[in-house]
Design a protein. Structure first.
Length: 509
């Protein structure tokens, strides 16, 4: 009888835990779906909207897993393609919230506290923003959370299948985002140290785990496979090793990567006040302080997992601080770690009250529900994108300004939004878009060149952030014909620039 009662309690706890995880994901998804961007966006976000549906190749580092899963999701015939791509981010983010709850349950946190901490993560500004725009960052957080959860499962249950599944997830994490290099090696190292005796007894287990990781990397084959279908002038660079590696390694961004000099460590410390300010502005002091305190307590009680989280957080912040320093989504792993700390310290506090006052004090666990409510209320106005038509208004204005059969030369942030409307939604089928940087893979028309020849038969226009070098780059004389507010690295347009008509030198006034 006692054994039966114990089993029933275990089953009841598992059911409550699953319900907490599922409910948290659903609540987060409802909020994300309500606040998701309804249509097209600029820059990298527009690139995702365009290339997921048409199975193109995204900007470096390619993100093949995201591309393949995104293609499947955007094929669901509901709403506009851009909306589907945006919603895919929300689905991945909501799933990450559920996995965060499962991680806390594995750490002994009661379901109601785990759910509260998971929803607090959901409504922090960074994850909420990523959940409403098309990009691979929400999927990155989901995979990182799955990897951490599987590491905990392996440590608790020591099943071979969990080690192999973790290795597969590690490979998939790398296949999704290059930022995985700041996560996967650390988790793998911690797991290998923990599994050293098991591996010593069965060395083939390490070989099998390595094979599982390689299987997780197979989505990268999508890039040369897609390239083999052409057109060759756009995708040819992926058909040799140098071109493939240049893209997937993000080589063009290496000048912004500074990690090895002693001064870089100083730069990371110098950036800490800014990181703290960002976290506070997107959550609140309680979230930050409680999260840090929880990680301290967790590390004292569970040195293996706590130390892993500490190293992960330190590396994540170091990378963020020394790579541009303003890409807030690069801190998603840190947000997850703080949410784990938040749930853990809340559990420790409630457990202490239960010890002192008895079981009824367990009702204090519901207090943590205030945290997601406060974050939801404080972040809603700034992260509700449901009425954001900025990029759509921009594309409409540009297309309205172009005459029939015009060729427009423009830059990345504008080109992705315009190409989505032109290539996917069929806007201005008579117009041809040309990238200022001819390596940009976000056009669907044959690229006419040279422009000096094109200008003899078709009207040619340019829209650039820095228009002074248009004559040098095109060989055509620019004549301003209007002004358009354009974007530059942001999710909204903010700079007024001239729309330029380009004419041959012999026709210039």
């Amino acid at each position: 009888m006692p054994r039966t009662g114990l089993l029933e309690r275990i089953r009841a706890g598992a059911n409550a835990g699953n319900l907490a995880a599922i409910s948290s994901s659903l609540v987060a998804l409802v909020v994300y779906a309500r606040t998701v961007l309804p249509g097209v966006s600029y820059g990298d976000w527009g690139d995702a909207q365009l290339n997921l549906y048409r199975l193109g190749i995204l900007h470096p580092t390619g993100y093949p897993l995201y591309s393949l899963l995104g293609k499947a999701f955007t094929s669901i015939p509901i709403g506009e393609v851009a909306w589907r791509a945006n919603l895919f981010s929300g689905v991945a983010a909501a799933a990450a919230v559920g996995v965060a709850v499962l991680i806390l349950l594995r750490l002994g946190v009661r379901p109601v506290i785990a759910a509260g901490a998971g929803l607090a993560l959901a409504f922090t500004g960074t994850l909420w923003q990523e959940a409403t725009f098309a990009e691979m960052n929400s999927l990155h957080l989901l995979l990182v959370a799955l990897l951490l959860h599987r590491a905990l499962v392996w440590r608790a249950e020591r099943r071979t299948r969990d080690l192999l599944l973790g290795a597969l997830i590690a490979g998939l994490t790398i296949s999704n985002h290059g930022l995985a290099i700041t996560v996967v090696p650390i988790v793998v190292l911690w797991v290998l140290v923990d599994a050293r005796r098991v591996i010593a007894a069965d060395p083939w287990l390490l070989v099998r785990a390595a094979a599982a990781l390689v299987i997780g990397l197979l989505p990268y084959l999508y890039l040369p496979l897609r390239a083999s279908f052409g057109p060759a002038d756009v995708y040819g660079q992926f058909l040799d090793w140098n071109g493939f590696f240049y893209h997937v390694s993000g080589a063009q961004f290496r000048s912004a990567m500074k990690f090895t000099d002693p001064q870089d460590i100083a730069a990371a410390f110098a950036a800490m006040p800014g990181v703290v300010d960002d976290i506070l502005s997107l959550s609140n002091p309680v979230f930050l302080v409680a999260g840090l305190a929880g990680i301290v307590v967790l590390t004292a009680r569970n040195r293996w997992f706590g130390s892993m989280l500490v190293v992960l957080g330190a590396v994540n912040i170091y990378f963020y601080a020394n790579y541009n320093g303003d890409l807030s989504h690069y801190l998603l792993a840190t947000w997850l770690i703080l949410a784990i700390g938040l749930g853990y310290i809340a559990e420790a506090i409630v457990a202490r009250f239960v010890e002192l006052l008895g079981p009824r004090a367990g009702a204090l666990a519901w207090v943590i529900a205030l945290m997601p409510v406060v974050l939801l209320a404080s972040n809603f106005a700034s992260h509700d994108q449901s009425q954001n038509q900025d990029a759509k208004e921009f594309t409409d204005k540009v297309f309205d300004a172009l005459p029939k059969r015009a060729v427009l030369v423009t830059y990345w942030d504008a080109l992705t939004a315009l190409s989505y409307e032109h290539c996917t939604e069929g806007e201005r089928s008579d117009v041809t878009l040309r990238a200022y940087d001819e390596a940009a893979l976000v056009v669907c028309d044959p690229v006419p060149k040279p422009l000096t020849e094109v200008a003899k038969t078709r009207p040619v226009y340019a829209l650039q952030m820095f228009p002074d070098d248009v004559l040098k780059s095109t060989g055509l004389v620019p004549e301003p014909v209007g002004t358009i507010k354009i974007p530059w690295g942001k999710r909204y347009a903010e700079f007024d620039r001239p729309l330029l008509k380009l004419v041959p030198r012999d026709q210039a006034p």
